[in-house]
Design a binder for this molecule. Structure first.
Ligand SMILES: [Zn+2]
Length: 559
């Protein structure tokens, strides 16, 4: 055992735990001591109890695992928090069930300007595609819209389309589409943010969506009451993270307004999680607007609240054929998707962001998008010189053999989501696996292949796309099964999966010397779990629950 600050008694000790330190030099321990928001010792129960003084708080882990606080490396805090109040449609199948869920919800929300549902499967009506007519039959006179779990497609009824002024269609930017019906009117399916934005804005949550939709700031500026309401939404999201053992959030949308709300909460009562909010660069922006990204990075640079990242979407998703592929979709042989940036635009952007010393994280789902983004990072390295840039590619649902080794070569982080492979958790196999086609299955969601090729693989939920629970993600990674016997095994060991939610997350934010593992001198961010993860059968890992979450030495959640 090693102790820093020896001779002083601890503020808090955790004893009787199965401590998985994620520190290779000292992998297992029984107890931990914390003082002044920092871990001062990790070791045997006797050694840690020796640091107990009259004022020391003692937490008995009762034999459960004690692990580093989970680092959520890709999520959407503000919109996820707001969605906790929407109709939850995950697991609803068939017209009758959908009808009942929507009508029940509508009857409890008589004042809602727009009723919003979340998490509806693309295949909720089997092979029949959802149209406004289905939704009109369920709810004819009140506006209703519902989102697919991936948040890239929504379906609205006629009333909602009318109110949003898009029943007759509208010309949109690349990659966005209001699907039109044979009658010349919108069919109800809305692909990507420009298509469904006008509908969602009627729900009165436009400020919540800004960080994702445009990266812009509220205009007009919110009133004091609106700001207070927005802080409450943020608080709800932060509490949701703490109860799931999360102590650090790498948010994947953002604006200055979100940083300001979080700073206000920090000033009022302190934050229960550390949060990084990126600048969101959209394809209608110009490179000089990156000044704002640098400004955000300069203004917010603490251990609790930071920026320093530019988030970009290069493509959409497989299910709506908006992900960009190298070869055509297996079920649409004339189509490879449409990128949100031209390859050259992205190269120029990557060079400009990298020159500012900022980190880049790019949503790239198709193998064509992954390639274009890696090309951008390579160009940035060539233009600005090699540095420890840790640029990231988000999702990587499909990759080509030639691009696999480029992650290690370019020092690029593979940011992947164990809940996302169809069949792994909540997402059904179809339509996704038919879009990909068997020829590309071996390199789909290929985190094992990438890790074996030397890539740093960081894990996350992409909440609210998937449930936020990191333990569910760990379970999904451990239990991952191939779609065909001939496909390679992409599963992770428990330790590797846990690393994806801890040490790798710390690396992704240049903080591996301060968090992500349990070592003296590190931030006192940890979770006490209800059982011993290593002694739990993988099939029942989901039953293991956070009992106590500690962030910066403070208890932020207690079951
Ligand atoms: Zn995301």
């Amino acid at each position: 055992m090693s102790v820093t600050g020896a001779g002083r008694s601890a503020d808090l000790i955790v004893i009787n735990g199965r401590v998985l330190t994620m520190d290779d030099g000292n992998p297992a321990a029984e107890a931990i001591a914390i003082k002044d928001s920092t871990i001062i010792a990790v070791g045997s129960r006797a050694a840690i109890e020796a640091l107990k003084g009259p004022g020391t708080k003692v937490i008995d882990a009762e034999g459960g695992s004690v692990v580093p606080g989970f680092i959520e490396a890709h999520m959407h805090l503000f919109s996820g928090a707001a969605e906790l109040a929407h109709l939850q449609l995950a697991g609803v199948h068939g017209f009758e069930a959908l009808q009942k869920a929507i009508r029940d919800y509508a009857s409890t929300r008589l004042d809602a300007k727009m009723l919003v549902g979340q998490g509806v499967d693309y295949t909720v009506l089997g092979s029949e595609r959802v149209t406004r007519h289905h939704l009109d039959a369920i709810l004819p006179d009140r506006p209703f819209v519902m989102a697919a779990p991936d948040h890239h497609t929504m379906w609205a009824n006629t009333r909602a389309l009318e109110m949003a002024g898009i029943l007759n269609g509208r010309t949109l930017g690349p990659g966005n589409e209001i699907v039109m019906g044979d009658d010349g009117l919108a069919a109800g399916e809305l692909r990507e943010g420009e298509a469904f934005g006008p509908v969602l804005d009627l729900a009165g949550e436009s400020r919540v969506r800004l960080g994702l939709a445009t990266g812009g700031e509220p205009d007009p500026m919110p009133t004091a009451a609106e700001r207070a309401a927005d802080r409450d939404i943020m608080r709800r999201g932060l509490a949701w993270c703490a109860r799931h053992g999360i102590t650090s959030i790498q948010n994947m949308d953002g604006n200055l307004y979100q940083l300001e709300l979080l700073a206000e909460i920090e000033a009022e009562e302190g934050l229960p999680c550390r949060v990084q909010i990126p600048f969101h660069y959209k394809n209608f922006m110009t490179l000089d607007m990156l000044d704002k990204a640098s400004d955000m990075a300069g203004r917010y640079d603490s251990e609790w609240l930071s920026s320093g990242m530019v988030k970009v979407f290069y493509d959409g998703v497989l299910d709506s054929w908006t992900a960009v592929m190298v070869e055509p979709y297996a079920d649409r042989p004339d189509w490879v998707g449409e990128p949100l940036f031209t390859p050259q635009q992205f190269i120029d952007l990557a060079v400009a962001v990298d020159r500012r010393g900022l980190q880049i994280a790019v949503h790239s789902i198709g193998d064509g998008a992954v390639r274009a983004v890696l090309d951008g990072y390579e160009a940035a390295r060539k233009a600005n010189g090699k540095r420890d840039s840790r640029h990231r590619v988000e999702h990587i649902e499909v990759i080509t053999t030639t691009d696999v080794p480029r992650f290690a070569e370019l020092g690029v982080i593979a940011s992947m989501q164990p809940p996302h492979p169809p069949g792994a958790m909540d997402f059904p196999l179809e339509p996704t696996i038919s879009r990909i086609g068997p020829a590309r299955w071996p390199l789909s969601y290929a985190w094992r292949t990438l890790k074996d090729a030397g890539a740093r693989v960081v894990f996350a939920s992409d909440w609210p796309v998937s449930p936020i629970d990191p333990i569910l993600g760990i379970q999904a990674a451990v239990l991952r099964k191939p779609w065909a016997d001939s496909d390679p095994d992409q599963s992770f060991s428990l330790h590797e999966a846990l690393a994806g939610y801890t040490v790798e997350g710390a690396y992704a934010e240049f903080a591996e010397h301060r968090k992500g593992s349990l070592k003296p001198g590190y931030m006192a961010d940890l979770v006490v779990l209800s059982a011993d993860l290593e002694a739990t059968a993988p099939e029942t890992l989901h039953k293991v629950r956070p009992v106590t979450t500690i962030c910066g030495g403070k208890v932020t959640y207690q079951a």
